[in-house]
Design a protein around this ligand. Structure first.
Ligand code: ATP
Length: 234
Protein backbone atom coordinates (compact mmCIF):
# COMPACT_ATOMS: atom_id res chain seq x y z
CA UNK A 1 0.00 0.00 0.00
CA UNK A 2 1.33 3.43 -0.92
CA UNK A 3 1.53 5.73 2.06
CA UNK A 4 -0.37 8.96 1.96
CA UNK A 5 2.24 11.62 1.23
CA UNK A 6 1.03 13.49 4.29
CA UNK A 7 2.34 10.65 6.46
CA UNK A 8 5.78 10.70 4.98
CA UNK A 9 8.46 12.21 7.17
CA UNK A 10 8.98 15.19 4.88
CA UNK A 11 10.52 17.86 7.10
CA UNK A 12 9.82 15.98 10.34
CA UNK A 13 7.50 18.21 12.31
CA UNK A 14 8.64 17.28 15.80
CA UNK A 15 12.24 17.76 14.79
CA UNK A 16 11.43 21.17 13.41
CA UNK A 17 9.38 22.01 16.49
CA UNK A 18 12.34 21.25 18.74
CA UNK A 19 14.94 22.85 16.54
CA UNK A 20 16.62 25.56 18.53
CA UNK A 21 18.43 28.40 16.80
CA UNK A 22 21.22 29.87 18.89
CA UNK A 23 21.30 33.57 18.14
CA UNK A 24 23.99 35.95 19.38
CA UNK A 25 23.13 39.63 19.77
CA UNK A 26 26.06 42.02 19.73
CA UNK A 27 24.98 45.59 20.37
CA UNK A 28 27.29 48.52 19.90
CA UNK A 29 27.85 51.99 18.59
CA UNK A 30 30.28 50.56 16.03
CA UNK A 31 31.78 53.98 15.31
CA UNK A 32 33.67 52.35 13.66
CA UNK A 33 33.49 48.53 13.98
CA UNK A 34 36.96 46.99 14.44
CA UNK A 35 38.80 43.68 14.79
CA UNK A 36 38.32 43.73 18.58
CA UNK A 37 34.56 43.35 17.95
CA UNK A 38 34.93 40.87 15.11
CA UNK A 39 37.48 38.50 16.61
CA UNK A 40 35.61 38.34 19.96
CA UNK A 41 32.33 37.61 18.18
CA UNK A 42 33.98 34.91 16.08
CA UNK A 43 35.47 33.17 19.12
CA UNK A 44 32.11 33.28 20.94
CA UNK A 45 30.34 31.91 17.88
CA UNK A 46 32.75 28.98 17.80
CA UNK A 47 32.79 28.30 21.56
CA UNK A 48 29.02 28.49 22.04
CA UNK A 49 28.16 27.06 18.63
CA UNK A 50 25.96 30.01 17.67
CA UNK A 51 24.03 29.75 14.43
CA UNK A 52 24.29 33.46 13.77
CA UNK A 53 25.29 36.72 15.40
CA UNK A 54 23.28 39.88 14.84
CA UNK A 55 25.30 43.07 15.08
CA UNK A 56 22.77 45.56 16.41
CA UNK A 57 23.83 49.10 15.56
CA UNK A 58 22.63 51.41 18.35
CA UNK A 59 20.51 54.34 17.17
CA UNK A 60 21.23 56.76 20.01
CA UNK A 61 23.56 55.04 22.49
CA UNK A 62 22.55 56.13 26.01
CA UNK A 63 26.05 55.74 27.44
CA UNK A 64 28.03 57.81 24.97
CA UNK A 65 28.55 61.41 25.94
CA UNK A 66 29.92 62.45 22.56
CA UNK A 67 28.29 62.97 19.20
CA UNK A 68 28.41 59.75 17.24
CA UNK A 69 28.38 59.33 13.45
CA UNK A 70 25.07 59.05 11.59
CA UNK A 71 23.22 55.79 12.05
CA UNK A 72 23.37 54.99 8.32
CA UNK A 73 27.13 55.50 8.23
CA UNK A 74 27.70 53.19 11.21
CA UNK A 75 25.31 50.63 9.75
CA UNK A 76 27.12 50.73 6.42
CA UNK A 77 30.53 50.31 8.11
CA UNK A 78 29.19 47.40 10.18
CA UNK A 79 27.72 45.71 7.09
CA UNK A 80 31.08 46.08 5.33
CA UNK A 81 32.97 44.76 8.36
CA UNK A 82 31.04 41.49 8.38
CA UNK A 83 30.32 41.09 4.66
CA UNK A 84 32.52 38.02 4.25
CA UNK A 85 31.14 36.13 7.23
CA UNK A 86 28.33 33.67 6.48
CA UNK A 87 26.89 33.77 10.03
CA UNK A 88 27.25 37.46 10.91
CA UNK A 89 24.36 39.82 10.12
CA UNK A 90 24.17 43.61 10.59
CA UNK A 91 20.72 44.70 11.62
CA UNK A 92 19.09 48.10 11.51
CA UNK A 93 16.23 47.27 13.92
CA UNK A 94 17.18 50.27 16.00
CA UNK A 95 16.85 52.75 13.15
CA UNK A 96 13.09 52.60 13.38
CA UNK A 97 12.98 53.07 17.12
CA UNK A 98 12.79 56.67 18.31
CA UNK A 99 14.78 57.88 21.31
CA UNK A 100 17.65 56.21 23.05
CA UNK A 101 18.63 52.58 22.47
CA UNK A 102 18.00 50.51 25.54
CA UNK A 103 19.29 46.93 25.54
CA UNK A 104 16.27 45.61 27.40
CA UNK A 105 13.91 46.96 24.72
CA UNK A 106 16.04 45.58 21.90
CA UNK A 107 16.10 42.17 23.56
CA UNK A 108 12.31 42.20 24.01
CA UNK A 109 11.87 43.14 20.37
CA UNK A 110 14.25 40.46 19.11
CA UNK A 111 12.84 37.85 21.45
CA UNK A 112 9.38 38.45 19.96
CA UNK A 113 10.84 38.20 16.50
CA UNK A 114 12.55 34.88 17.20
CA UNK A 115 10.12 33.20 19.62
CA UNK A 116 8.35 31.19 16.91
CA UNK A 117 11.56 29.45 15.91
CA UNK A 118 12.50 28.42 19.47
CA UNK A 119 15.62 30.48 19.67
CA UNK A 120 18.07 30.85 22.47
CA UNK A 121 19.39 34.36 22.73
CA UNK A 122 22.98 35.18 23.78
CA UNK A 123 23.80 38.81 24.46
CA UNK A 124 27.48 39.62 23.90
CA UNK A 125 29.10 42.53 25.71
CA UNK A 126 32.62 43.60 26.61
CA UNK A 127 33.75 43.42 30.24
CA UNK A 128 33.90 47.25 30.39
CA UNK A 129 30.20 47.42 29.47
CA UNK A 130 29.35 44.60 31.89
CA UNK A 131 30.74 46.58 34.84
CA UNK A 132 28.38 49.43 33.89
CA UNK A 133 25.31 47.26 33.60
CA UNK A 134 23.73 48.60 36.81
CA UNK A 135 23.31 51.96 35.04
CA UNK A 136 21.24 50.37 32.25
CA UNK A 137 17.46 50.62 32.10
CA UNK A 138 15.72 47.60 33.73
CA UNK A 139 19.04 45.75 33.87
CA UNK A 140 17.63 43.11 36.22
CA UNK A 141 15.47 41.82 33.37
CA UNK A 142 18.38 41.31 30.98
CA UNK A 143 19.54 37.86 32.25
CA UNK A 144 15.91 36.72 32.13
CA UNK A 145 15.74 37.54 28.43
CA UNK A 146 19.16 36.38 27.28
CA UNK A 147 22.30 34.57 28.30
CA UNK A 148 24.98 37.16 28.99
CA UNK A 149 28.31 36.46 27.30
CA UNK A 150 31.03 38.70 28.68
CA UNK A 151 34.02 39.30 26.42
CA UNK A 152 37.51 39.89 27.74
CA UNK A 153 38.70 43.42 27.28
CA UNK A 154 42.21 44.60 28.17
CA UNK A 155 42.24 46.50 31.44
CA UNK A 156 39.01 44.86 32.59
CA UNK A 157 40.12 41.22 32.79
CA UNK A 158 40.67 39.50 36.14
CA UNK A 159 38.75 37.90 38.92
CA UNK A 160 36.45 40.71 40.09
CA UNK A 161 33.75 39.67 37.64
CA UNK A 162 32.55 36.80 39.83
CA UNK A 163 31.85 38.96 42.89
CA UNK A 164 30.38 41.66 40.67
CA UNK A 165 28.03 39.17 39.02
CA UNK A 166 26.92 37.71 42.35
CA UNK A 167 26.34 41.14 43.92
CA UNK A 168 24.46 42.45 40.88
CA UNK A 169 22.38 39.36 40.10
CA UNK A 170 22.07 37.31 43.31
CA UNK A 171 21.56 33.57 42.87
CA UNK A 172 24.21 32.80 40.24
CA UNK A 173 26.63 29.99 41.08
CA UNK A 174 29.80 29.04 39.21
CA UNK A 175 30.16 25.91 37.10
CA UNK A 176 32.68 24.69 34.48
CA UNK A 177 35.82 26.20 36.04
CA UNK A 178 34.45 29.71 36.44
CA UNK A 179 33.48 30.23 32.80
CA UNK A 180 29.78 29.58 33.27
CA UNK A 181 27.43 30.73 36.03
CA UNK A 182 24.01 29.20 36.50
CA UNK A 183 20.83 30.51 38.13
CA UNK A 184 17.66 28.60 39.00
CA UNK A 185 15.41 31.05 37.12
CA UNK A 186 17.65 33.08 34.83
CA UNK A 187 19.71 32.28 31.78
CA UNK A 188 23.36 31.16 32.15
CA UNK A 189 26.11 33.79 32.19
CA UNK A 190 29.38 33.08 30.35
CA UNK A 191 32.79 34.63 30.95
CA UNK A 192 34.79 33.37 28.02
CA UNK A 193 38.52 33.47 27.68
CA UNK A 194 38.61 35.16 24.30
CA UNK A 195 41.74 36.72 22.81
CA UNK A 196 42.48 40.10 24.33
CA UNK A 197 42.75 42.74 21.63
CA UNK A 198 43.50 46.24 22.76
CA UNK A 199 41.53 47.96 20.02
CA UNK A 200 38.85 50.59 20.57
CA UNK A 201 36.79 52.82 18.30
CA UNK A 202 38.02 55.82 20.32
CA UNK A 203 41.63 55.00 19.48
CA UNK A 204 40.79 54.47 15.80
CA UNK A 205 38.99 57.84 15.55
CA UNK A 206 41.96 59.51 17.25
CA UNK A 207 44.41 57.95 14.80
CA UNK A 208 42.34 59.14 11.83
CA UNK A 209 42.16 62.64 13.29
CA UNK A 210 45.95 62.67 13.68
CA UNK A 211 46.43 61.40 10.12
CA UNK A 212 47.85 58.07 11.30
CA UNK A 213 47.27 54.63 9.82
CA UNK A 214 44.38 52.40 10.94
CA UNK A 215 45.35 49.54 8.64
CA UNK A 216 44.92 46.10 10.29
CA UNK A 217 42.84 47.55 13.13
CA UNK A 218 39.71 47.45 10.96
CA UNK A 219 38.76 45.41 7.88
CA UNK A 220 40.09 46.92 4.67
CA UNK A 221 36.60 47.78 3.37
CA UNK A 222 35.93 49.75 6.56
CA UNK A 223 39.25 51.56 6.31
CA UNK A 224 38.61 52.53 2.68
CA UNK A 225 35.11 53.80 3.40
CA UNK A 226 36.35 55.88 6.35
CA UNK A 227 38.93 57.38 4.00
CA UNK A 228 36.51 57.95 1.09
CA UNK A 229 33.87 59.58 3.27
CA UNK A 230 36.43 61.61 5.22
CA UNK A 231 35.09 60.33 8.54
CA UNK A 232 36.57 61.29 11.93
CA UNK A 233 38.67 64.10 10.50
CA UNK A 234 37.20 66.73 12.78
P1 ATP B 1 34.32 53.54 21.97
O1 ATP B 1 35.82 53.49 22.05
O2 ATP B 1 33.79 54.58 21.01
O3 ATP B 1 33.67 53.62 23.33
P2 ATP B 1 34.20 50.66 21.58
O4 ATP B 1 35.49 50.31 20.92
O5 ATP B 1 34.07 50.35 23.05
O6 ATP B 1 33.82 52.17 21.29
P3 ATP B 1 31.47 49.89 21.03
O7 ATP B 1 30.81 49.93 19.71
O8 ATP B 1 31.08 50.89 22.04
O9 ATP B 1 33.06 49.95 20.76
O10 ATP B 1 31.41 48.43 21.65
C1 ATP B 1 30.35 47.54 21.47
C2 ATP B 1 30.59 46.36 22.40
O11 ATP B 1 31.83 45.71 22.05
C3 ATP B 1 30.72 46.74 23.88
O12 ATP B 1 30.09 45.77 24.67
C4 ATP B 1 32.22 46.74 24.09
O13 ATP B 1 32.56 46.46 25.44
C5 ATP B 1 32.67 45.61 23.18
N1 ATP B 1 34.04 45.79 22.70
C6 ATP B 1 34.56 46.86 22.07
N2 ATP B 1 35.85 46.67 21.77
C7 ATP B 1 36.19 45.46 22.23
C8 ATP B 1 37.42 44.68 22.25
N3 ATP B 1 38.56 45.17 21.76
N4 ATP B 1 37.38 43.45 22.81
C9 ATP B 1 36.22 42.97 23.33
N5 ATP B 1 35.04 43.64 23.36
C10 ATP B 1 35.01 44.86 22.83
Amino acid sequence: MVADHRDLPVGDRSERRNFVTRVGIFGGTFDPPHYGHLRSAEEVRELLRLDRILFVVASVPPHKDRVVSEFDTRHELTSLAIEDHPYFVATDVERLRPGKSYTVETLLLLRDQYSTTHSKIFFLLGSDSFYEITTWKSYQRIPELASLVILNRPGFEGEAYESFLKATFPGYEGASGGEVFLHPEKEPVFFLDTTLLEISSTDIRKRVLEGRSIRYLVPEAVRKTIQQKGLYRS
